[in-house]
Ligand binder design. Structure first.
Ligand code: SF4
Length: 232
C-alpha cells in the first residue's frame, strides 16, 4: 500500500478517535489537493500528487529564469476541474505574489470564468513556464521545453475535459510545434480546436493582449462558448 494511502487512513482513524461524525471541510479539501494519480512511467507506476509537483517546481533551477524570479508561480484551482486555463508565464505582479493571473489581466480572466458560469476556484489555472522572464519577454524555446514536464504532470493529474490555451506560447506547447514558435499567430489559430492526449484544446487570446485590444474580446467569448459546448 502506498505511503499516501497509509497516511490518509491514519488521519481518518485519528479523526474517528476524536469523535468526529463528519470530516472537517479543510481536511476534505486537503485530501482533494493531494489526489493521487497513478501514471505509467518507464513501465513502472509512479504516484504523483499536485503538492509533490509544486514542491519540485518551488525549488527548481532547471533554467536560467530561476535566477531572476522573486517567487515561483505554481498552478492553482480545483484538482477536479473540468476546465483548465494555460497562460504563458508569470508577469511582474504574479512574480511578486506567487500566484497565476493576478493584476488586471487576472481580473479579466476571472470575469471570463465567471461569465462562463464558474467560480475561479472551480477551474484550474496555470502557466507554461513557472518563473517570470526578465522584462516580460516571451519565454525562450529552451525554457519552455525544460518546464514542460511540470505542465504535462499537472494536466495528467487534473485531467480536465477541456483546455483553453491563452496566447501563442501555451498553444505552441500543446500543439507540439517544436522550434516553430515564430510561426504561430494566435489570431489565425483561434477558432479551431485541436487535441492534446485526447483532450480538446481551444486556443484564444491572452488576457494581457485583450487589455490592449478590447475589440477582440468578443472573439474570446466565442472561444469560451465552444469550450462550454464541449463541456456539455
Ligand atoms: S521556468 Fe520552469 S524550468 Fe525554469 S526554473 Fe522555473 S520552474 Fe524550473
Amino acid at each position: 500500500m502506498g505511503r499516501e494511502i497509509e497516511n490518509i487512513l491514519d488521519l481518518l482513524n485519528f479523526y474517528k478517535a476524536l469523535g468526529f461524525k463528519e470530516l472537517p471541510k479543510n481536511f476534505l479539501e486537503s485530501l482533494l489537493r493531494n489526489k493521487i494519480t497513478e501514471i505509467e512511467l518507464n513501465g513502472e507506476k509512479e504516484k504523483k500528487t499536485l503538492s509533490a509537483i509544486n514542491e519540485k517546481i518551488s525549488s527548481c533551477t532547471k533554467c536560467s529564469l530561476s535566477k531572476g524570479r522573486t517567487k515561483v508561480v505554481c498552478g492553482e484551482g480545483s484538482i477536479t476541474a473540468k476546465l483548465m486555463f494555460i497562460g504563458e508565464a508569470p508577469g511582474v505582479e504574479e512574480d511578486r505574489e506567487g500566484r497565476p493571473f493576478v493584476g488586471e489581466a487576472g481580473k479579466l480572466l476571472t470575469n471570463l470564468i465567471e461569465k462562463m458560469g464558474f467560480k475561479r476556484q472551480q477551474v484550474y489555472i496555470t502557466n507554461t513556464v513557472k518563473c517570470h522572464p526578465p522584462d516580460n519577454r516571451d519565454p525562450l524555446e529552451e525554457e519552455i521545453s525544460l518546464c514542460f514536464d511540470y505542465l504535462k504532470e499537472e494536466i495528467e493529474i487534473v485531467s480536465p475535459k477541456v483546455i483553453i490555451t491563452l496566447g501563442k506560447v501555451a498553444t505552441y506547447v500543446l500543439m507540439g510545434m517544436k522550434g516553430k514558435i515564430k510561426d504561430i499567430a494566435i489570431s489565425k489559430i483561434r477558432g479551431n480546436v485541436f487535441f492534446y492526449n485526447n483532450i480538446p484544446v481551444i486556443p484564444t487570446f491572452h488576457p494581457a493582449y485583450l487589455l490592449r485590444n478590447r475589440k477582440d474580446k468578443w472573439l474570446t467569448w466565442e472561444d469560451a462558448q465552444e469550450a462550454l459546448r464541449r463541456l456539455k
